[in-house]
Design a protein around this ligand. Structure first.
Ligand code: B3K
Ligand code: ZN
Length: 888
């Protein structure tokens, strides 16, 4: 907690560490109330350091220092100084051994950073700067050391003791205690340290690597969750194999462990050899977890596993380089999911996510480049920009290089930088060196914030058969970056003939006749024209196939073009995008004029798509899903909260009414009685079926109510149950209330399922949702101490329920501010995340602006705030930044 204004850290101030640490020997005497940590560090002056003095300052927070010695001699108080954030050793030699002993208090650690207690177990979270809450250290990623860890604890309470690396010793001690010692042969930064102590059971398996080494795989969970690990284990083995095949990366230790923890600030953590997971991303059974959960588990397990190479073996020089590991690893997990599932659907859901979270971030007060220039609290920069846009930036490089050269470049990266802490620039240099391409201009994607707007004009000359596309790029100002230089943007373009076929793509000046399909063009200027030749009639342009760059496309498609692309484009992504644009248009017209009617041909196209037996069901479900209310708001100059909600409900209801028969047919055809399987086909079938049911429920269709109730009662799998529950709660007061009671009675003992029960209520469109949410805050099962529970109730209400959170009376805003103030002293990371729902207050009408502004100001005036919340709140209200962007 800070009384003074916390200061930003700047990228330009980076200095190499004055000392390096070669070895770390840790000994933990574990106890939830009081844990003792003894650390022995082998330090030496860094030959590459640019400055150095006699003193050495180590990071340390909330540590009670008991003892400190250099080369075996205890220091006297004159030889060191301790403050709230550090231990400074005066006049240290060039080489020395430092020993410290500190006391820490895991059971009091509600921030869940450092060593803390979750239920009956002890666990750690060190990224980004949690290790300094465990012991005094150079807690920065460019200090990589070899660790050994000895854990001592009561054997009955903590039979399992885990840390990074390989197990080397176990043994019994006096007073019912025991010990375990772990050695990690790979040098690592402190943020990758982990330990776990608990009463856990493991699901075990083995994996033989491409070179024939055997690796033991263990997933540790609390004993009652043993039957929910199959999917996680399958996912892990798939990910290990895929990384060998696709990137040539093999696992390197004898053992790989995953531990599921129920109190966790984020999704999971890639600690070397010992990944610690939020149990939401491990535990799944068909009756407890939805398709979305199964999918999340598969990709998060893969993501953390992939970090072993992109993050752990090669790490970040400093936290400004976070996207070096996160952007690349997200790209890798996206490609993995595309390969093991459906590539088209995966791309759609990734772009949906990017547009829903990253684009708004890029136009808000916390917009920052993929490689930020400054931060106050690094935990605030685990953002959609660093992760998702960072992945898009890697994807663009893969596109520019093509698959072979990209693989050559990643091979070079792994070889050149193994064991190092490097920068995003080092990554791009590998792309350049392996391909011979100059990516100097491309580097702007790391440096400039903001989403480029890409306006396109077309011209067709029937006489010459020339068809030209003129692209103009413009990136709006962002805080501290008023002017932007043009980006290097890969474009993937196709042209459709009158029968929907892909035309040959020959550019003016090409020697060869073009081939039909998709062509990658490179835009580097602020305006550039591409002229295609040999066209008999005006083609329908299919621009940005597969979404090759994170930009906003502005092209004045006619409705006819969109319907044509939706029906014919060979690119699945663009079929979806055309449908989305069309629906967005209809909805925004309805917002303007509630009496506007959707044209018949829209319903005809919808019906045709629904009844097409050849269609990919998962893709179809995506195509036929209306853009969300929040996304529609993003497309308006001033978000019309109530108008959007009205239009959204009206069109949904209209679809249900007009297409009743087709929807009922689709429901019937896809309502399978087969046992649950998690395959792309089965997932698609469930998605389509539940989409149809949703439209029918909106239309208040009697047959749908029956179907919904029996689907809920049958309880076949959680995907179907939760869909039915949501529809009942949203549309039927009596039946909804009964279903909620039944659901609670059935699932109150399963925390992850209970989270869904809270979420369904928090995201309900019913008018009394806020009252319910407030009432649920007092429910015996609610706790501010569990991040999953907070997210499932408070987070869901504030982030995923635009119409109720942004209710005109401002009570949603006050509710959020109260929660932020309540949570901040307990868990600043969670408090600061929640507050982000108000970051874009300037996008709303003046009344709502005033209300939100007042709540943010109230938060800022609190006597004590964490750096996390302070940074978000102060940037939210930063008028200078806003002026630079031309908004008021
Ligand atoms: N690297 C962690 C995130 C750490 C967040 C710290 N506030 C999980 C991941 O991205 O894989
Ligand atoms: Zn990651």
């Amino acid at each position: 907690m800070y009384r003074d204004t916390p200061h930003p850290v700047h990228r330009k101030d980076y200095q190499p560490p004055e000392f390096l640490i070669d070895r770390v020997d840790l000994r933990f005497d574990l106890d939830p109330e009081l844990t003792k940590v003894e650390a022995t560090l082998a330090l030496r002056r860094n030959p590459a350091a640019t400055r150095g003095g006699g003193d050495l300052r180590l990071h340390g927070e909330q540590l009670d220092l008991e003892w400190v010695a250099i080369n075996g001699a205890a220091l006297t108080p004159a030889e060191y100084a301790v403050d709230q954030e550090s231990l400074t050793l005066h006049r240290v030699p060039d080489h020395f051994t430092l020993e410290t002993r500190v006391r820490i208090h895991p059971s009091l650690n509600t921030a869940l950073e450092g060593l803390y207690q979750s239920g009956d177990m002890l666990c750690t979270q060190c990224e980004a700067e949690g290790f300094r809450r465990i012991t005094y250290f150079l807690d920065r990623p460019d200090v990589m050391a070899r660790y050994s860890t000895t854990l001592v604890a009561d054997k009955a309470k903590f039979p399992v003791l885990l840390s990074n690396g390989n197990p080397v010793e176990t043994g019994d001690l006096d007073r019912g205690r025991h010990l375990a010692r772990w050695e990690d042969p790979f040098p690592k930064p402190s943020y990758l340290f982990a330990l776990i102590a608990g009463n856990l059971t493991a699901v075990e398996d083995r994996f033989v690597t491409a070179s024939g080494r055997e690796v033991a795989l263990k997933i540790y969970v609390e004993p009652h969750n043993l039957d929910k690990c199959d999917h996680a284990m399958r996912s892990l083995k798939k990910a290990m194999r895929w990384d060998e095949e696709r990137f040539g990366r093999e696992y390197d230790l004898d053992i790989f462990m995953i531990v599921a923890v129920s109190h966790f600030n984020m999704g999971a953590m890639e600690n070397k050899g010992l990944n610690v997971f939020n149990d939401k991303f491990v535990l799944a059974r068909p009756d407890t977890a939805t398709d979305v959960d199964f999918d999340g588990i598969e990709s998060v397990i893969a993501h953390e596993y992939f970090h072993n190479w992109t993050g752990n073996r090669i790490t970040c020089r400093d936290w400004f380089q976070l996207s070096l590991k996160e952007g690349f690893t997200v790209y890798r997990d996206q490609e993995f999911s595309a390969d093991v599932g459906s590539r088209g659907v995966k791309r759609i859901s990734d772009v949906r996510l990017l547009r829903a979270h990253q684009f708004p971030e890029d136009e808000g007060p916390m917009a920052h480049p993929v490689r930020p220039d400054s931060y106050i609290e690094i935990n605030n920069f685990y953002t959609a920009t660093v992760y998702q846009k960072g992945a898009e930036v890697v994807r663009m490089q893969a596109k520019l290089l093509g698959p072979e050269l990209f693989r050559k470049a990643t091979d070079l990266y792994f070889e050149r930088h193994d064991g190092e802490a490097v920068t995003t620039d080092d990554f791009v240099r590998c792309m350049e060196d392996a391909s011979g391409r100059d990516l100097e201009q491309f580097r702007r994607w790391y440096q400039q914030a903001g989403t480029p707007e890409l306006s396109v004009r077309e011209a067709f000359d029937a006489d010459s058969g020339h068809y030209s596309l003129t692209f103009r790029q413009h990136t709006p100002p962002t805080p501290d970056q008023p002017l932007k230089a043009p980006f290097h943007i890969p474009l993937a373009v196709g042209l459709l003939g009158p029968h929907g076929d892909d035309l040959p793509l020959r550019l003016d000046g090409d020697a060869e006749a073009g081939t039909a399909g998709t062509r990658v063009l490179e835009l580097t200027d602020s305006e550039q024209r591409f002229t295609f030749v040999g066209l008999a009639t005006r083609p329908a342009p299919s621009l940005l196939r597969g979404f090759p760059a994170p930009v906003k496309l502005r092209f004045d498609y006619s409705d006819d073009d969109l319907l044509f692309l939706m029906a014919n484009d060979s690119d699945g992504f663009n079929r979806w995008d055309a449908a989305q644009t069309l629906m967005q248009r209809l909805l925004l017209a309805l917002v303007e004029d509630p009496r506007a009617a959707a044209p018949d041909r829209f319903f005809d196209a919808f019906r045709q798509a629904l009844l097409d037996p050849a269609s990919d069901k998962a893709l179809l479900a995506e195509v036929l899903t209306l853009p969300s209310e929040a996304y529609l708001g993003d497309q308006m100059r001033v978000v019309d909260v109530d108008g959007i909600h009205r239009a959204h409900s009206a069109l949904g209801r209209r679809i249900g009414e007009r297409l009743r028969d087709a929807l009922l047919e689709v429901y019937r055809l896809n309502d399978s009685a087969e046992p649950y399987v998690f395959t792309p086909e089965a997932v698609g079938q469930r998605a389509l079926k539940n989409l149809a049911l949703g439209y029918l429920m909106k239309a208040d269709e009697a047959a749908a109510l029956n179907a919904c109730q029996s689907q809920f009662a049958a309880g076949g799998n959680m995907t179907d149950v939760i869909a039915a529950l949501r529809y009942l709660v949203d549309h039927r007061t009596v039946e909804g209330a009964r279903a909620l009671e039944d659901f609670y009675a059935r699932w109150s003992g399963e925390p992850l399922v209970l989270d869904k029960w809270f979420s369904v209520q928090a995201t309900s469109l019913r008018e009394d949702t806020l009252e319910r949410v407030i009432a649920l805050m007092g429910h015996a099962d609610f706790s501010l101490r569990n991040p999953n529970r907070v997210r499932s109730l408070v987070g869901a209400f504030c982030n995923a329920n635009q119409v109720r959170f942004h209710a005109r009376d401002g009570r949603g805003y006050r509710f959020l501010a109260d929660r932020v103030l309540e949570l901040d002293p307990l868990n600043p990371q969670i408090a600061s995340r929640l507050l982000r729902s108000m970051l874009r207050w300037r996008r709303f009408d003046p009344e709502r602006q005033t209300l939100m502004r007042a709540q943010i100001a109230r938060i800022l005036s609190a006597a004590e705030l964490s750096a996390d919340v302070f940074e978000v709140a102060s940037k939210a209200l930063d008028d200078e930044g806003a002026k630079a962007r031309g908004v008021s």
